[in-house]
Design a protein around this ligand. Structure first.
Ligand code: FES
Length: 240
């Protein structure tokens, strides 16, 4: 059952994310921006935050701007230790489970191409920190009204805040983060600050699977919320 549930859950998310990434519409509802489309790197997303964040891709780029940025969170999640386990078991059945023999005669694990590329996870972690920083900025912009005045809050602000809290928790709980914080030390006693941080990160790392799923769902919900408001299907309730 767990591999089946995993495969169905991932398939649902990939289907939804593919539709939204290629849709190239309804990703901005002032002051909210969909996490799938931020940061905006193409000049063809002019309606976001008054223009593209960094229009590195000029008018020659005619495809959805989401395709330029989704590669970073996608690479982070695809190479994540938890998701690897999930799709090795749920989709490839290789290996099907702990202590279950491989169907292949020779097991090379992640020591050969293409699976050796999974070792890029550390670098995707660094990029994910940048993406999380940008999404935090987007969540702060949610405290404005549709005209750009500060000191306002709507249901969308809460949706973006919940999403970024889960994204940060998932990112910080990454095994690479734990290694960056507490790895390669001979004596924890000589590095009390890193030891303390390593303990905190370890508490989150123990819940990495839960955070992987909850942040995956929250990013989809945040995008869908912006889609509903932007398409006029739902009015964002404003609290003040
Ligand atoms: Fe899952 Fe790094 S191990 S995000």
């Amino acid at each position: 059952m767990p591999p089946l549930v995993t495969a169905v859950g991932l398939a649902l998310f990939v289907t939804y994310a593919t539709w939204r990434a290629f849709a190239n519409s309804h990703y901005y509802a002032a002051p909210y921006v969909s996490p799938f489309y931020s940061p905006c790197l193409a000049s063809n997303c002019q309606d976001m935050k008054g223009g593209a964040d960094w229009p590195l891709f000029g008018s020659w780029w005619g495809l959805s701007p989401a395709l330029l940025v989704l590669v970073f969170p996608l690479g982070f999640r695809l190479t994540c230790y938890y998701y690897r386990k999930a799709y090795y078991r749920g989709i490839w059945s290789s290996p099907p489970a702990c202590a279950v023999a491989e169907p292949h005669a020779k097991y090379t694990g992640e020591t050969r191409f293409p699976l050796i590329l999974q070792n890029s996870h550390r670098y995707f972690f660094y990029l994910a920190l940048v993406v999380a920083g940008i999404l935090t900025y987007d969540a702060v912009l949610g405290f404005r009204d549709e005209h750009g005045n500060w000191g306002h809050m709507g249901l969308g602000t809460l949706v973006l805040l919940a999403n970024i809290a889960l994204i940060w928790a998932y990112t910080v709980s990454c095994h690479s983060c734990r290694h960056v914080i507490g790895g390669k030390l001979r004596h924890f006693s000589r590095h009390p600050v890193r030891y303390r941080l390593w303990g905190w990160v370890g508490t989150l790392t123990a819940r990495h699977m839960l955070l992987a799923w909850s942040s995956l769902i929250s990013v989809g919900v945040a995008d869908f919320y912006v889609y509903l408001v932007s398409s006029g299907a739902f009015d964002d309730p404003r609290f003040f």
